[in-house]
Write a protein that binds this ligand. Structure first.
Ligand code: IMP
Ligand code: MG
Length: 181
């Protein structure tokens, strides 16, 4: 285990089994269609890659990079688009793939933004859900795991840009935050 990790919440086998399960559900639900997976950078890159690899229907992928706008505590719900989609999603079946839903502000904003582009349908698939932290109501269509209110890293999720490479999802040791604070 990485020395900065206090405990492993979800090990590699557990994550991969869940990814296969989600991929099977998507493949069934979108049978006969060819959805567009929208990977929300950077956190969802690993999840999206694994998910897509396990799907048995044709799918496209596109990428969007976003960041919270200004002070998060003020929670305006506005996020800034750092990189937009390359292609139009008009008439497409869209699945937004996100690493984690926390306050719900990001996905809430994204949903409105993407719906205005008139997709045929729009669903969201998140690996992790922290329901206790919700500030706006949002229920993702596909959820991998519910997690407690702890800051987690690994499998794409970062702290200060680090730990994304870990094949598991774990809780950081408090002294790591204190070191950076
Ligand atoms: P929200 O749902 O708008 O609050 O934001 C979700 C975003 O916050 C995610 O896409 C992550 O980038 C980030 N985030 C929330 N909780 C965590 C965590 O525990 N670890 C790493 N990133 C997190
Ligand atoms: Mg993110």
């Amino acid at each position: 285990m990485h020395p900065d990790i206090a405990k492993i919440l979800l090990d590699e086998q557990t994550i991969q089994a869940k990814v296969r399960e989600l991929a099977a559900r998507l493949s069934e639900d979108y049978k006969g269609k060819s959805p567009v997976l929208i990977c929300i950078l950077k956190g969802a890159f690993m999840f999206t890659a694994d998910l897509m690899r396990q799907m048995t229907i044709p799918a496209r992928v596109d990428f969007m990079a976003i960041s919270s706008y200004g002070n998060r505590a003020r929670s305006s719900g506005v996020v800034q688009i750092l990189k937009d989609l390359d292609s139009s999603i008009e008439g497409e079946h869209v699945v937004v793939v996100e690493d984690i839903i926390d306050s719900g502000l990001t996905l809430n904003y994204l949903r409105e933004n993407l719906l205005s582009r008139r997709p045929a349908s729009l669903r969201t698939c998140v690996l992790l859900d922290k329901p206790s932290r919700r500030e706006v109501p949002y229920t993702p269509d596909y959820v991998g795991f519910q997690v407690p209110d702890e800051f987690v890293v690994g499998y794409g999720l970062d702290y200060a840009g680090l730990y994304r490479h870990l094949p598991y999802i774990g809780v950081l040791k408090p002294e790591v935050y204190q070191k950076h604070a």
